[in-house]
Ligand binder design. Structure first.
Ligand code: 13P
Length: 365
């Protein structure tokens, strides 16, 4: 029986011809070779000791794997304990793994310190050994609105009494915006009560569905993290509605241009992009189709080429996320523009995540 060798991962250069990107086989260690990156986002799961136990099981299954980058992303509370466990010397002697294990934080704030109760700064993350930070995950961009209650004061603010009060206040001030005054006068006029209530309901629903981190906040997080030496995994992705309305590319263009604004070409080398279509994430959803992934990854790489030139475009890593599992990882990694995966549910199952890390072995089996 043929024994599988762990060194089957493709390290590759990428070459562009006629608007298509191709992976080119390259020897391990070749300058410019791109290493696949399999990253686990544990989301809000695992107490610290369970996280270490999970990591130990993953490493045990992935002995001698050196040719891919592995990312483990526990919640904030698990970072320190895991940082102590994944020291390179220990991993080398115990599991034959090299310096290819990276500790990921799931988020950060953009200020260094101060009165920001509950937030964690990039400096704090760097000080405990975090290597990379996920920024702009859709759980934070869009899905938190329903929990954070941004909508809760909309009805009160769109009531006739509140708006009349605001109108009187604005009228008494110099330099109030004429357009705002006119709109308030219109909305508070007799007979417009129904319209106000309708707008309030509409906005409440919108905010529940969508309110979350803004592109501006994400941009500041990207810049703050990079300036403190953390590498950034910048997430982007459209929801079902944007896809149905053929707005995917417009939306991704905005998310990425805004997210990367102010990031120089040199610093862009410290950025990894993760494309995670929201409709493909989580239990009950299905991974995006191979053609859909191909098309979007090509779009993103061309966008990066437009922003930073060919060299950056051919070396930046673009991960796919959304129901990546052992049974689809090989097909996904075979796509020319895919350089790795950001994995949610399957990353907290030792057996599944190990298989994902060893996709090269599955491919050659
Ligand atoms: P799933 O793999 O559970 O779909 O989650 C993807 C994700 O959001 C990773 O960041």
């Amino acid at each position: 029986m043929k024994t599988a060798t762990p060194r089957v991962y493709r390290n590759y250069y990428r070459q562009r011809t006629a608007n298509q990107w191709h992976k080119i086989q390259a020897e391990v260690g070749d300058p410019g070779a791109i290493r696949p990156f399999l990253a686990g986002n544990w989301k809000m799961n695992m107490i610290p000791l369970s996280g270490v136990a999970l990591a130990a099981r993953i490493f045990d299954s992935c002995r001698d794997i050196k040719d891919v980058d592995i990312g483990l992303g526990p919640p904030y509370t698990g970072l320190s304990t895991l940082a102590d466990y994944i020291k390179p010397d220990f991993l080398r002697t115990e599991y034959g793994i090299g310096r290819n294990v990276f500790l990921l934080a799931q988020d950060t704030f953009f200020e260094s310190k101060g009165a920001f109760t509950g937030e964690i700064s990039p400096e704090m993350l760097a000080s405990i050994g975090v290597d990379r930070v996920i920024v702009g995950h859709s759980d934070r961009r869009a899905n938190l609105g329903k929990y954070f209650g941004f909508w809760s004061s909309v009805s009160r603010r769109l009531s006739k009494s509140f708006l009349t009060h605001e109108l009187d206040h604005l009228k008494s001030k110099k330099g109030a915006d004429i357009q705002v005054l006119k709109a308030l006068e219109h909305l508070t006029a007799e007979g417009n009560q129904d319209v106000l209530e309708g707008i309030a309901k509409f906005l409440e629903e919108e905010l529940k569905e969508r309110a979350g981190e803004s592109d501006e906040a994400i941009q500041r997080k990207v810049q703050a993290s990079l300036s403190k030496g953390l590498q950034v995994i910048l997430c982007c992705g459209e929801n079902r509605e944007a896809r149905d309305m053929h707005e995917t590319f417009t939306l991704l263009d905005r998310q990425l241009r805004m997210g990367l604004e102010g990031v120089s070409q040199r610093t862009a080398a410290e950025v990894i992009i993760a494309y995670e279509p929201i409709w493909a994430i989580g239990e009950g959803a299905q991974a995006a189709g191979l053609e859909q992934i191909t098309e979007v990854h090509d779009f993103i790489r061309n966008l990066i080429m437009d922003m930073y030139g060919e060299q950056t475009a051919s070396s930046i890593r673009i991960l796919y996320g959304g129901n990546v599992k052992p049974d689809n990882i090989v097909d996904i990694m075979n796509i020319a523009g895919v350089d790795g995966a950001l994995v949610g549910g399957a990353s907290i199952k030792a057996e599944d995540f190990s298989q994902i890390i060893k996709f090269g072995l599955i491919a050659s089996a």
